[in-house]
Design a protein around this ligand. Structure first.
Ligand code: PAF
Length: 280
C-alpha cells in the first residue's frame, strides 16, 4: 500500500494503475476510520477497482467555532486499518499541499446546500464541494463511494457531478450501524457513555417511522414526523430538524414513497449527530 502526500505522486501512481487497465475507485475520508468507511472500501474492492482512500480533514468545511481543531485524528490507526483492507494507495495531503495560497476558487450549489444541514452549518457544503472537486481532479476516479449516512452530502455531490459533467459514477452505500443502532460516525467518539445512550433516541425515532411506513402502511409525512419528534423530545437532547424530503432536491414531501427520506439532526450536549432513513 502506497502512502503519498503529494498531488504529483498520487497522480503518477494512479496513471500507472490506469495504464495497467484498472478502474480507479475512490473513497474520500477525513480519517478516524470506522466501519462505514470500511464498507465503502470493501465495495470498491468488490468492484475490482484500484482503490484509493484520501485522508484529509478539510478546514474549509468547518465554520469558526466548529470542531476542526478537535476533530479526531489517528493516521497510524487509519493506515493499519487500510493495510488490512488491502487498499492500493492512500493520499494524505497537508493543508498547504491541498490549498496553495492564495486559494480563490470555491464550488457551491445553490438551494440544496442551504437546507437542513446547510441551515445549521452555513458554508459547510461549499467547503465539501470545493475539496471533493479538487480531489476528483487529482484522483480522476472512475467511481467514487459515499455513504447514505451523510445523505445531503451524497445528494449534493451527485448533483455537482451531473451539473459539472464529471465523468465519475457516484456509488451510494447503506449506513452502517453499531449493534445498538447508532449510525457509525467519527464524531461518535466525542460521546460519553451517558450521552451515547441519549443519542440513540434519533435512530430509535427513525426506526419507529420506518416500521410505521413499512408495516402499518402509514405514509402521511406530517403524522410520521410528529411521531418521530415526540420520541426525540422525550429524551434530553436538542432536536435540530426532522424532515421528510424528496431525495433528489430535498424539497419537503407530504407522502412517503419511493425516492423520499426522513433526515434528522440532534445535539447531545455539544455533539451534533445526523441520521436518516431513505426509501430508494
Ligand atoms: O464525508 C466526509 O468525510 C467529508 O465531507 C469528505 C467527503 C471526505 C470531504 O471532506
Amino acid at each position: 500500500m502506497k502512502v503519498l502526500d503529494k498531488k504529483s505522486d498520487i497522480r503518477s501512481e494512479i496513471e500507472d494503475a490506469r495504464r495497467s487497465g484498472k478502474k480507479i475507485g475512490f473513497v474520500p475520508t477525513m480519517g478516524f476510520l470506522h466501519q462505514g468507511h470500511i464498507s465503502l472500501i470493501r465495495r470498491a474492492k468488490e468492484d475490482g477497482c484500484f482503490t484509493i482512500v484520501s485522508i484529509f480533514v478539510n478546514p474549509l468545511q468547518f465554520r469558526p467555532g466548529e470542531d476542526f481543531h478537535r476533530y479526531p485524528r489517528d493516521t497510524n490507526r487509519d493506515l493499519s486499518m487500510l493495510e488490512s483492507e488491502s487498499v492500493d494507495a492512500v493520499f494524505t495531503p497537508s493543508t498547504e499541499e491541498m490549498y496553495k495560497k492564495p486559494h480563490l476558487t470555491e464550488v457551491s450549489l445553490s438551494n440544496i446546500s442551504e437546507k437542513l444541514e446547510g441551515a445549521f452549518r452555513p458554508g459547510h457544503f461549499r467547503g465539501v464541494c470545493t475539496v471533493v472537486t479538487k480531489l476528483f481532479n487529482i484522483v480522476k476516479p472512475d467511481r467514487a463511494y459515499f455513504g447514505w449516512k451523510d445523505a445531503q452530502q451524497l445528494i449534493i455531490i451527485k448533483k455537482m457531478v451531473s451539473d459539472l459533467d464529471f465523468n465519475i459514477e457516484i456509488i451510494p452505500a447503506p449506513t452502517v450501524r453499531d449493534p445498538d443502532g447508532l449510525a457509525a460516525s467519527s464524531r461518535n467518539t466525542y460521546l460519553s457513555l451517558q450521552e451515547r445512550k441519549r443519542a440513540l433516541v434519533l435512530s430509535r425515532a427513525l426506526q419507529k417511522i420506518k416500521e410505521m411506513v413499512e408495516f402499518q402502511q402509514i405514509t402521511d409525512a406530517a403524522a410520521l414526523i410528529e411521531c418521530g419528534k415526540e420520541i426525540i423530545n422525550s429524551e434530553n437532547v436538542e432536536l435540530q430538524y426532522l424532515e421528510a424530503v424528496e431525495l433528489e432536491n430535498l424539497e419537503p414531501v407530504h407522502t412517503i414513497k419511493k425516492n423520499t427520506g426522513v433526515l434528522g439532526a440532534i445535539k447531545v450536549g455539544n455533539v451534533r449527530l445526523i441520521d436518516n432513513i431513505i426509501w430508494e
